[in-house]
Design a protein around this ligand. Structure first.
Ligand SMILES: *[C@@H]1O[C@H](CO)[C@@H](O)[C@H](O)[C@H]1NC(C)=O
Ligand SMILES: *[C@@H]1O[C@H](CO)[C@@H](O)[C@H](O)[C@H]1NC(C)=O
Ligand SMILES: *[C@@H]1O[C@H](CO)[C@@H](O)[C@H](O)[C@H]1NC(C)=O
Ligand SMILES: *[C@@H]1O[C@H](CO)[C@@H](O)[C@H](O)[C@H]1NC(C)=O
Ligand SMILES: *[C@@H]1O[C@H](CO)[C@@H](O)[C@H](O)[C@H]1NC(C)=O
Ligand SMILES: *[C@@H]1O[C@H](CO)[C@@H](O)[C@H](O)[C@H]1NC(C)=O
Length: 603
């Protein structure tokens, strides 16, 4: 399958051109001009290396002028491009192949997948990133429209934005999704729970009142999530759920979830750890997720145990809970013996009819049971999890250790600003945390929501590429948005703090592509990320990835050094984005509908 070429754009250009010499000279001239423009911009740079954190008094200096004047005027977007050669140093190409509109570089690397020795553990659904990272741009589907705003998007989305009519056929009996003219609609919120997802959520709280949706249980993980109706419905109860499923051509479940505005990511329980820290989820949910928990010495369930918070709950809705035939009883028996050996307690079980049943297990809150087990099988893991030690790490066949001083976080929403557990660890201190919280609320109210030019009406899915303590997301909590908080693997590991606050996030390396479909985020935010990142990879590749995950018409907001912002601007202008610079440290880019080969920019 000829999915996009991952070779560098320069090479493919040279191959394509009929007159290599003329072209080569042109290219050299371009490079020369680019170098000059870069050296001019860096020599005129007045500030570099601003610290990640600065105090709110610092901030006032920048936000004192009430109407910030853009240093760089938005580029002209009418008619044909009028940029000089100097501003267009890149020749962009479209990703190729029939599946290019949904291209996910690290999951669609067919060359690498073909070479796999085994697929038994879903290896073909794991990440296999092409190197070098691709620079091509994903095509926009015909008839693509700006997504329907939240909360209406939870019930209906544009068919043209996610043109997968097969899902309707495939899931006909389950009543998840129907096609209705120009729309896909999700009857009753779209659910695999025959009596409606809200009844299901009420049932869980009824059989286990301690759950207290939105107070005690705030952060949940939903595995193999359908179109994420469970997570979608829980949003009404102040619970934030990250839903995940492997990429599947026939279902595209995650794409539907994200188009609806529900937090989701492509992932799989295969041979590698999930990209979450230890001990963070208040609840994990799986309804018919078809995972054999006991497989391979129980590794899948041991991985859930790792990411589950001490005292957290695992909700398992599946046929072995209620079916009495020998096969199902066998699965139930072996699951029970595995959970027992891990000291999980079966705290609730409901069988409401001949076709439905769920069981809820609780992970121990302290290690007293684990230390007094008769048989130490599976064994306890060696040492406590290292920071960010789940990125590309193999699954363990041991029980991860519990933190020494552990307590359940404060009730939501108090825990957003008053976190207790992970603050004991240096170098993070309570003062730094408070300072960070103050810094972000000031920045949001004084700059980002006021005057910088973001139209927040169409913002629902937000990516924070370098989330720190999650202060950006916390400051947006009263808005109808959700934030994917990313802690880059080469930065200080603050992801546990983010979860303790009641927010969600993942580890990621931005020199690689993110595990999501194209056009899934309305706003991409970064704060002092590129200064260090570009030591390891090319800014052009990272911008191509941002272009991939950002919706046309969506915003990119970069805070960085003047040097970074100037380099970024040149790349974005070459993509015909509207770009403005504010207070010499914020860049706002608006993604155009332009694609290589288009004569004009249609908006
Ligand atoms: C499962 O366990 C129950 C009770 O311990 C036992 O009666 C039953 O025979 C077991 N079933 C299978 C298939 O192992
Ligand atoms: C440990 O947890 C058990 C219940 O899982 C509880 O009965 C016990 O009191 C706890 N011990 C400590 C020291 O907190
Ligand atoms: C655990 O808590 C106790 C008492 O609050 C404290 O003395 C001790 O230093 C803590 N240990 C760790 C590892 O944080
Ligand atoms: C923001 O977007 C909405 C919907 O597209 C539009 O109706 C509104 O006029 C825009 N607001 C501004 C200030 O541009
Ligand atoms: C996270 O991992 C990266 C690479 O593995 C390492 O360089 C970095 O120091 C780690 N961060 C922390 C806080 O340990
Ligand atoms: C970049 O890396 C250097 C050391 O490698 C570190 O001191 C600095 O804080 C980093 N900058 C940012 C913005 O993270």
């Amino acid at each position: 399958m000829a999915i996009p070429s991952s070779s560098s754009s320069m090479q493919s250009l040279l191959r394509e051109r009929k007159y290599p010499f003329i072209f080569l000279i042109g290219t050299l001239l371009l490079i020369f001009l680019t170098l000059i423009s870069f050296s001019i911009s860096s020599s005129s740079s007045t500030r570099n290396g601003r610290p990640l954190l600065f105090s709110s008094s610092d901030l006032k200096i920048y936000s004192s002028s009430s109407t910030p004047t853009p240093v760089i005027a938005p580029s002209s977007v009418s008619g044909l491009p009028d940029q000089s050669e100097e501003e267009r140093p890149f020749k962009w190409t479209l990703c190729k192949g029939p599946l290019a509109i949904d291209y996910i570089p690290c999951l669609d690397n067919h060359g690498a997948i073909k070479k796999l020795k085994s697929r038994q553990q879903m290896e073909h659904r794991e990440r296999h990133c092409p190197y070098p990272a691709p620079r091509c741009l994903v095509p926009i589907p015909k008839g693509y429209k700006v997504p329907i705003p939240w909360p209406k998007s939870r019930e209906m989305i544009w068919f043209d934005n996610v043109p997968h009519p097969k899902l309707v056929d495939y899931k006909k009996d389950q009543n998840w999704v129907q096609k209705d003219g120009e729309h896909f609609v999700f009857p009753g919120g779209g659910t695999q729970f025959k009596h409606g997802v809200s009844k299901y959520i009420k049932l869980i709280e009824k059989i286990l009142p301690v759950v207290q949706w939105g107070k005690h249980v705030r952060v949940a993980l939903d595995i193999g999530c359908g179109v994420a109706s469970f997570g979608g419905a829980l949003l009404d109860r102040d619970v934030i759920t990250l839903s995940f499923a492997p990429k599947d051509e026939h279902e595209a479940q995650i794409q539907f979830a994200l188009e609806r505005g529900i937090p989701a990511i492509l992932s799989v329980i295969g041979t590698k750890k999930l990209i979450f820290p230890d001990n963070v989820y208040d609840m994990i949910h799986c309804a018919r997720c078809r995972i054999r928990w006991g497989a391979d010495g129980g590794k899948p369930l041991l991985e859930l145990n790792r990411v589950l918070r001490p005292g957290g709950y695992f909700v398992w809705s599946a046929t072995p809970v209620y079916r009495k035939d020998e096969m199902h009883q066998g699965i139930w028996n072996s699951t029970i013996s595995l959970t027992k050996s891990m000291c999980w307690e079966l705290v609730a079980r409901a069988i409401t009819s001949s076709w439905f049943g769920l069981a809820i297990f609780q992970k121990p809150a302290n290690s007293s049971c684990l230390e007094t087990r008769h048989e130490s099988e599976p064994p306890l893991c060696g040492k406590q999890g290292q920071p960010n030690s789940s990125w590309y790490m193999p699954l363990n066949n041991c029980i991860s250790r519990l933190p020494a001083n552990n307590s359940w976080p404060n009730t939501w929403p108090e825990r957003l600003v008053r976190i207790s557990t992970s603050l004991n660890d240096e170098p993070m201190s309570w003062e730094t945390f408070q300072e960070d919280t103050k810094h972000w609320s000031a920045l949001i109210s004084d700059v980002y929501s006021n005057g910088i030019g973001i139209n927040w009406t169409n913002v629902r899915n937000i990516m924070d590429m370098n989330a720190g303590y999650g202060g950006f997301a916390a400051a947006l909590i009263s808005m109808p948005v959700w934030v994917m908080n990313v802690v880059p693997i080469d930065m200080q590991d603050t992801l546990q703090v983010i979860y303790d606050r009641g927010l969600i996030g993942v580890y990621h390396d931005w020199c690689e592509s993110f595990s999501t479909y194209p056009r899934t985020f309305d706003l991409v935010h970064t704060s002092f990320l590129f200064e260090n990142l570009t030591k390891r990879c090319d800014m052009v590749e990272v911008v191509a990835e941002i272009d991939r995950i950002l919706r046309p018409g969506g915003h990119l907001l970069v805070q960085g050094t003047l040097d970074t912002i100037k380099k970024m601007r040149v790349i974005l202008v070459s993509l015909y984005w509207r770009v403005s610079l504010h207070q010499e440290q914020f860049l706002l880019g608006v993604k155009a509908f332009w694609r290589p080969g288009d004569g004009t920019i249609d908006r």
